[in-house]
Design a protein around this ligand. Sequence first.
Ligand code: 8DG
Length: 317
Amino acid sequence: MTATRIVEVVAGVIRDARGRVLLTRRTEGRDLAGLWEFPGGKREPGESPEAALVRELEEELGIHVRIGAPLIRVPQRYPHKRLQLDVRHVDDWQGAPRAREQQAMAWVPMDKLSRYSMPPADLPVVAALRQPDRYLVTPTPGEDDASWLAGLDAALAGGIRRVQLRAPGIDGERWKRLAGAAVRRCRKAKVDVLINGDPALAEALGVGAHLTAAALMSSKRRPLPADMPLAASCHGLEELRHAQAIGCDFVVLGAVRPTASHPGAEGIGWARFAELREHVSMPIYAIGGLGPDDLVEARGYGAQGIAAIRGLWPPGA
Ligand SMILES: Nc1nc2c([nH]c(=O)n2[C@H]2C[C@H](O)[C@@H](COP(=O)(O)OP(=O)(O)OP(=O)(O)O)O2)c(=O)[nH]1
């Protein structure tokens, strides 16, 4: 790990009344020229992130903004520097945005953001705007399949939008039936669903696949068609890099804290999570002893959000 200085950048998500987001294009002769980005810029020494963003948006766009909630802070390693991209929502502004530095500008509908080429650090930002912040991993069903399905229904009713169906130890035929029933429920609720550890079953059911770390490392290429979601579990840098190389749409990284399912194993902690996150630009859910109360902290270390079994399964289900 080199001790390259970290460049601190703050950028804003400016949305118009139709929900479109303002992107600006980096001008020729600068680093990452031609790519689209969220307007903003570098913090000056001693300047707060908020003050830096107000100043940058005044200079670049001629607007005076009211800054809202933090969205995500992305640590990202580029060939010649390390970046910390701190992205804030902009709640309101005065003036009409105009390109004061000859940069191109575009108001982009949320579902078209991925058509604009952006620097690697912006991919987790777009994912934080568009994709779920919680990834439920199902617990292994007990004797009673109906109560497990009722637990899933309660989780969906509680706002879960992305689910990994996982049930180690449940036999093949029973799991096929149960996974099929769970997939129907998730489809009806328009919720993303991925099956753990069995790409063939995922393909048969027409849903995404979630690879174990071992399956990830033995996959030389993407084991599913490009239009089916692919995710994987990672514990370190080699796995993260491989997941990105074979085209995983997102991954889970941890354990951040010690968990009940791995007693005695120490968590990697948030600082290490962020350090690993710097090297890739897929959305990464943090896992390991986490729950909804950890979401804000997770976003501060560049996580898409949290993944959990116990932390997201409805209490009492
Ligand atoms: N404003 C902004 N900068 C971004 C985004 N994504 C991203 O990687 N960056 C990088 C590009 C630049 O390296 C740095 C922002 O610096 P800047 O725009 O104030 O600086 P600059 O062009 O004068 O300097 P340089 O990058 O050429 O060194 O952050 C983004 O969404 N918005």
